[in-house]
Design a protein around this ligand. Structure first.
Ligand code: FES
Ligand SMILES: [Fe+2]
Length: 458
């Protein structure tokens, strides 16, 4: 006899009920909830472990998907370029002029040597092998011993390009000769990020860390798009993070998903906490032991007090957040942009993640970026170079991550073990929660649809 439980509901209060209690106007986009139900089904573990699935992604996903290649501030001056590599594909994302960015295939047309192996600045791309050289726009500049190449038409001897588009201060590329329209790919992101203060093109990438992990890129991605693991993995956050009250949004016909995780209330998975305890716990990541001396203002909830402090601190920096809701100030509002980009919204934190496959199915990189807001009259120094961390390195080796480093180390403790467990697993694969892991199942449905010949969106 099958023993099934009736479907339940996440614990109260819901994010929507918290929004009802806001004292400032709530942006429409926070009321726009994704109501698509994603059927429960096991995820085949081979999707994370098998070389053939990775090969299918290499053939069907990366060569056809729009993908974030860099930030616009990474290449401010003509001649600046970023080497963007995904699997076997590599591009020179190049600022050709003040108005043009091009993504050249990073391979010399002579014998195929990679033209550049690291980011930099160039007036030409001169190949280190025999010295053929290419202009910033990809046209041929010089052929060495040209007498030996009478058969080469200089007009057409140009570096092939991927398509390029920009949004939110990001440069996206698509290697396909006939990509899906960029506007369609963005779905409702421009509408959502038109919310006051959310515009990511107004922010500057001030931190960029590239962490190598011993797991599939999807294993890493999926560890960061649910708050379900907070109770076990990030125990210290339970006292101020309402993990189980997280709202998970999946919209019918869209690939983009979202979650909103509330702060300023305790996880229902832990012991009951007073408002005073939640308030102090919520301040501890920033203040350390000094948080224990802080008094909750009389008559305020922990959530309202934490949001007020955040509002005051940001206003003191010169940022216009007087009308921002508590949710936008302290909660995690996080979007997953298919296939591999994760963006925060509002002022809760300024994170961006990008996940890329490694050389084998069980390796990947996770990039962590901070996109900082810029107050009027102030400047923020852009971090144009990423700091590389090896698979065994603690995030603490990147002091620019501040208090996040310890949290990322907690996450890291699962990743290689997840990959090993998926290899050892004797059942079909992961069994996921109806609500809290709906985004993960939806991502896999989108991946299948995308890789199928003319697959519709689920
Ligand atoms: S491979 Fe580039 S010049 Fe020969
Ligand atoms: Fe985590």
């Amino acid at each position: 006899m099958a023993q099934l439980q009736p479907a339940g509901h996440p614990p109260e209060p819901s994010i929507q009920a918290m929004l009802d209690a806001e004292t400032r106007p709530v942006p429409d986009v926070l009321r726009d909830c994704g109501t698509a139900r994603v059927p429960a089904r096991p995820i085949d573990r081979a999707r994370y472990t098998s070389p053939s699935f990775a090969a299918r992604e290499a053939a069907r996903l990366w060569p056809r998907a729009w993908q974030m290649a860099c930030r616009i501030e990474d290449i401010p001056e003509p001649g600046d370029y970023v080497v963007y590599t995904v699997g076997a594909l590599s591009f020179l994302v190049t600022r050709v002029s003040s108005t043009e960015i091009a993504a050249h295939v990073n391979a010399c047309l002579h014998r195929g040597r990679m033209l550049r192996e690291a980011d930099g600045h160039a007036t030409e791309f001169r190949c280190p092998f025999h010295g053929f050289s290419w202009n910033l726009d990809g046209s041929c500049r010089s052929v060495v011993n040209s007498w030996d190449f009478p058969h080469v038409d200089r007009e057409t001897f140009r570096l092939p390009r991927a398509h390029v588009a920009t949004w939110g201060g990001f440069v996206f590329i698509n290697p396909s000769p006939e990509p899906e329209p960029f506007d369609g790919f963005l779905e409702f992101l421009p509408a959502h990020y038109a919310t006051r203060g959310w515009d990511l093109s107004a922010r500057v990438k001030a931190v960029h860390v590239r962490k190598h992990h011993r797991c599939n890129w999807k294993v890493a991605l999926e560890a960061f798009i649910e708050s379900f693991h907070v109770t076990e993995t990030h125990r210290s956050a339970m006292s101020y993070l309402g993990d189980a009250m997280t709202q998970y949004d999946v919209w019918e016909g869209a690939r983009t998903t979202r979650m909103i995780s509330p702060r300023g209330l305790a996880s229902p998975n832990g012991p009951p906490r007073s408002e005073e305890e939640v308030f102090r716990a919520g301040l501890r990541p920033a203040l350390g032991a000094a948080a224990d001396a802080m008094e909750l203002p009389a008559g305020q909830t922990a959530r309202a007090a934490l949001a007020d402090m955040r509002r005051q601190a940001l206003m003191a920096e010169g940022l216009d957040v007087a009308d921002a809701t508590d949710c936008e100030l302290i909660d995690t509002i996080q979007y997953h942009v298919f296939p591999n980009l994760v963006l925060w919204a509002g002022w809760g934190s300024y994170l961006v993640y990008r996940f890329l496959p490694g050389a084998t199915a069980d390796a990947c990189t996770m990039e962590i970026m901070f996109l900082l807001p810029v107050a009027p009259g102030k400047t923020v120094q852009a971090a144009r170079e990423a700091r590389d961390l090896g698979p065994d390195d603690s995030h603490g080796l990147a002091p620019e991550l501040g208090g996040f480093a310890a949290v990322f180390d907690e996450d890291m403790s699962n990743l290689a073990a997840l990959q090993k467990g998926l290899n050892a697993m004797a059942t079909t694969g992961p069994v996921t929660g109806l609500v809290q892991e709906a985004r993960i199942r939806h991502f896999h449905a989108c991946l299948d649809a995308f890789m199928a010949e003319d697959g519709p969106r689920p």
